[in-house]
Design a binder for this molecule. Structure first.
Ligand code: EPZ
Length: 425
């Protein structure tokens, strides 16, 4: 298994291009199952999770063509589901990536049936899909759970319905929204997730002919149509990659310009960074992050659905707070087990105590390099940030987690002065 070696202590200085959002691309790819026309997605990041979703779609009979060019605009992905031959997403493909469950709504809406392996728990929590299933049942699907599979079918078309999510769910909103575009009549989704990835999905569906109102709000109203057309759509910039590099700049007390992204995707994080004393500005060439003044103060954070502080930035925030002056309380309200990075940060000298869903972090002037273990995607990049800020050598084991969501992370950081290399297994 590959490892990453970092020798920390140098401020990051330079420019990093931010790619298309992994989590937007993962919901835009199954959109192709809703039409027999070609769906072309640009600004696609080159990531393991994208290849996994591509593999699943190919298994279903989708013609998948990924343009290999490494252009400034990311990759171009063409998806053609006109020759669909299969409606089963098998265990071996789903277990690699939970987002595979996003094929359920589109398959059901257009092909009247779907058999999708139930995703298991994962490192950050139990992560059930009950709310996806209840919403699809409200639209008329008959769903049975058998032998670890979700068996879903509908006679004729799905029917528009009122869906009120008791809890905000990104994936649940995405599955329901995709399914509702082809349902008969009107669907109202209340307490819908408002993440930029949902807005991107709704924008893409609208360009294909879907009728959606309330985009960007907590109530989505969808008037079903008989069919959807093809589309060319550019994936929204990755707000979590943006925030991750912004925090890497802050933790090393450096200065980075982040291009290909926008501040309004990540306002909650930027507000907290400014409170901590980091300069963040929307410049003409991109987002400028400047922590060269040196002092970063402890600031409390609680994760919340968008537009609140994202759970996907919690681990990276903790890496920054481990180097801040003063204490901060970090509360995780979305996932029940998302502090797996804490013992690893502690091995690097961080002073962190967990009390239920909150962690108290007492900042230190300097962390020290150590051997650490990545447990999930955001935890692994938090360890990279801590390693860049620490004195001495850090070796991160199990970096396949990192490759799921960060494109060429070591090249991007090395180009900004970091000493970082991949040690191939
Ligand atoms: C998406 O996961 C993201 N994944 C996650 O990013 C992100 O952390 C999460 O949203 C929250 O922002 C993708 O977009 C592929 P949820 P998702 O449904 O859709 C509970 C990363 O690092 N819930 O909004 O699975 C659930 O257990 C990843 O890139 C139910 O109880 O998240 C959680 O506590 C990790 N029943 C909460 O809701 C359900 O049926 C929010 O989960 C569905 C969810």
């Amino acid at each position: 298994m590959d490892r990453i070696r970092i020798v920390g202590g140098a401020p990051l200085e330079g420019t990093i291009r931010i790619g298309g959002a992994k989590n937007a691309a993962l919901t835009l790819m199954p959109v192709c199952l809703l039409t027999d026309r070609v769906v072309t997605l640009t600004n696609i990041p080159d990531l393991a999770d994208i290849r996994t979703m591509g593999g699943l779609l190919e298994h279903l009979g989708v013609h998948v063509h990924l343009n290999g060019a490494d252009s400034a605009e990311g990759r171009i992905l063409e998806l053609d589901a006109s020759g669909l031959k299969e409606t089963t997403a098998p265990y071996d493909l789903v277990r690699k990536m939970r987002a595979s469950v996003l094929v359920l709504g589109p398959l059901l809406a257009r092909h009247g049936q779907a058999r999708v392996s139930l995703p298991g728990g994962c490192a950050i929590g139990t992560r059930p899909v009950d709310l996806h299933l209840k919403a699809l049942e409200a639209l008329g699907a008959v769903i049975e759970l058998q032998e670890g599979y979700i068996n879903a079918r509908v006679d004729g078309r799905l029917k528009g319905a009122h869906v009120n999510f008791p809890k905000v769910t990104v994936g649940g909103t995405e599955n329901t929204l995709m399914a509702a575009t082809l349902a008969e009549g009107r669907t109202v989704i209340e307490n819908a997730a408002r993440e930029p990835e949902i807005t991107d999905l709704a924008t893409c569906l609208t360009a294909m002919g879907a009728r959606i109102k309330g985009i960007g709000t907590g109530t989505l109203t969808v008037d079903g149509v008989d069919s959807l057309g093809g589309v060319t759509h550019s994936v929204v910039p990755d707000r979590i990659e943006t925030g991750t590099y912004a925090l890497a700049a802050a933790a090393t007390r450096g200065r980075l310009t982040l291009t290909g992204t926008r501040l309004n995707l990540t306002e909650a994080l930027v507000d907290h960074m400014r409170q901590a004393g980091v300069v963040v500005e929307d410049g003409t060439d991109g987002l400028l992050v400047d922590a060269t003044r040196g002092d970063v103060r402890g600031v409390d954070v609680m994760t919340e659905p968008f537009p609140g502080f994202p759970t996907d930035m919690q681990a990276q925030w903790m890496a920054l707070m481990s180097t801040a002056s003063g204490a901060s309380m970090i509360t995780e309200s979305i996932f029940e087990n998302r502090f797996m990075h804490v013992p690893e940060l502690s091995r690097m000298g961080a002073d962190i105590n967990i009390h239920g869903g909150s962690a108290i972090v007492r900042g230190k002037a300097r962390l020290s390099g150590a051997q650490v273990m990545a447990t999930d995607l955001r935890a692994s990049v938090c360890l990279a940030i801590a390693g860049l800020a620490a004195e001495g050598e850090t070796i991160i084991n199990r970096v396949y987690h990192l490759d799921r969501g960060y494109e060429r992370v070591e090249d991007k950081l090395a180009a900004c002065g970091a000493t970082i290399e991949r040690l191939r297994a």
